[in-house]
Design a protein around this ligand. Structure first.
Ligand SMILES: Nc1ncnc2c1ncn2[C@@H]1O[C@H](COP(=O)(O)OP(=O)(O)OP(=O)(O)O)[C@@H](O)[C@H]1O
Ligand SMILES: [Mg+2]
Length: 368
């Protein structure tokens, strides 16, 4: 398997910069998820790695080879698309074996390889069927098989599960994760689905308007989002964001807004500074001694959990907890959050101000 390196990769379409100076290093055997909203440049980035689209600037390296100008069929990568793009007149075996026939491999070779891949994907009983005789999940597995037979250095997958229903998506997601482990495959996987990103990725790169906002393990990007964009893109309901001010008190620094006063527990920022305070809904807890005084406006049932929408000052906060929260619209509640669950962002740039994780935080990163 290969290491994939993107160095300053940029693509413009007229006045639109679809991908903007992307630097990413995908280690051998890594499953990197490119995550971001529609139009942020995910497919454009993947197509440049595949060689289907020339970059405006920057380089693509596979292992130590610069492949920026190498045509797609001579790059050692296999791409799996959202639409399975199977050949309707060929059987499952014919579809899986197609890339090997195109490479003029012997019939015995092709048969052996197709049998092996079909076994791994649980398609052995379906080899003689035509694509129209398969379910959506089975078709997507055939498309995966067609990529697998080539033994490529890296797999590129563009929303391969988005045509499947919720249940099939969950099982196929687990199958791809299992294949990744079994093969030690290098995979670059595009999705706008945060659940896929959180469950499958060894590392996630969150994209916004063609730029990488943050790259890290799923836990890193969830626990210490680098910006308001990342903070609110990951998590459901989205992280609460409230304009606030850092204030010095006898007990140390506290974050304050109307009806809100939460001790910061860390002196990494200056008193008097305006910030955007972020708190995840699951980190707000009901308490007798309020840091936040709020009124419940609505309660949503999510099955296992409930979300209470509350108003504090002029702001709306979502609170998530196990059902039943025993709250109703009109209830007055006190809420609090632990200092380590408070995120501070710059109101101008949206960038994160305080890093708490020991191995990431440095004195320079925590501004004074
Ligand atoms: N061939 C093209 N010509 C002009 N603009 C393009 C072209 N391809 C993509 N774009 C633009 O580049 C931007 C990024 O598109 P891209 O398809 O990479 O987004 P995406 O993140 O894959 O979105 P989605 O989640 O909807 O698939 C968009 O603004 C899109 O309109
Ligand atoms: Mg796309």
């Amino acid at each position: 398997m290969s290491r994939v390196r993107l160095q300053g990769l940029t693509r413009r379409f007229g006045s639109v910069t679809a991908v903007d100076d992307v630097w990413l290093d995908v280690a051998d055997g890594e499953l990197l998820v490119l995550l971001g909203p529609s139009g942020c440049g995910k497919s454009t980035l993947l197509r440049m790695i595949a060689g289907l689209l020339p970059p405006t600037a920057g380089r693509v390296l596979l292992d130590d080879t610069d492949v920026t100008t190498v045509p797609p069929q001579r790059r050692d990568v296999a791409m799996v698309f959202q639409s399975y793009a199977l050949y309707p007149h060929l059987s499952v075996a014919g579809n899986i074996g197609f890339p090997l026939r195109a490479r003029r491999r012997s019939r015995a070779d092709i048969r052996r390889k197709v049998t092996e891949v079909a076994g791994a994907l649980d398609l052995s009983a379906l080899l003689d069927r035509k694509p129209r005789e398969l379910s959506g999940g089975q078709r997507q597995r055939v498309a995966l098989g067609r990529a697998l037979v080539r033994d490529p250095g890296a797999f590129l997958m563009d929303e391969p599960l988005s045509n499947l229903d919720a249940r099939l998506r969950a099982t196929t997601r687990a199958e791809i994760a299992e294949l990744h482990r079994a093969l030690g495959a290098t995979i670059v996987y595009v999705t706008h689905d945060q659940v896929e990103a959180m469950t499958m990725a060894t590392r996630v790169a969150v994209l916004d308007q063609g730029r990488v906002e943050q790259a890290g393990t799923p836990a890193e990007v969830y626990d210490e989002p680098a910006s308001v964009f990342v903070a609110t893109f990951l998590g459901a309901p989205a992280m609460n964001i409230v304009p606030a001010t850092v204030v010095a008190t006898d007990g140390g620094l506290t974050v304050r807004a109307t009806d809100l006063d939460l001790p910061l527990g860390i002196d990494a920022t200056t008193p008097g500074r305006d910030v955007l305070l972020g708190v995840r809904p699951e980190h707000l807890t009901l308490t007798g001694e309020p840091g936040i005084r709020a009124v419940v406006t609505a309660v949503e049932n999510l099955g296992g959990d409930e979300v209470a929408h509350c108003r504090a000052g002029t702001h709306t906060l979502a609170v998530r907890g196990p059902r039943p929260l025993r709250l109703a619209a009109g209830d007055r509640v006190g809420l609090t959050a632990r200092p380590e669950h408070l995120h501070l962002f710059d109101p101008g740039t949206g960038g994160r101000l305080v890093w708490r994780t020991a191995d990431i935080a440095t004195p320079e990163r925590n501004f004074a």
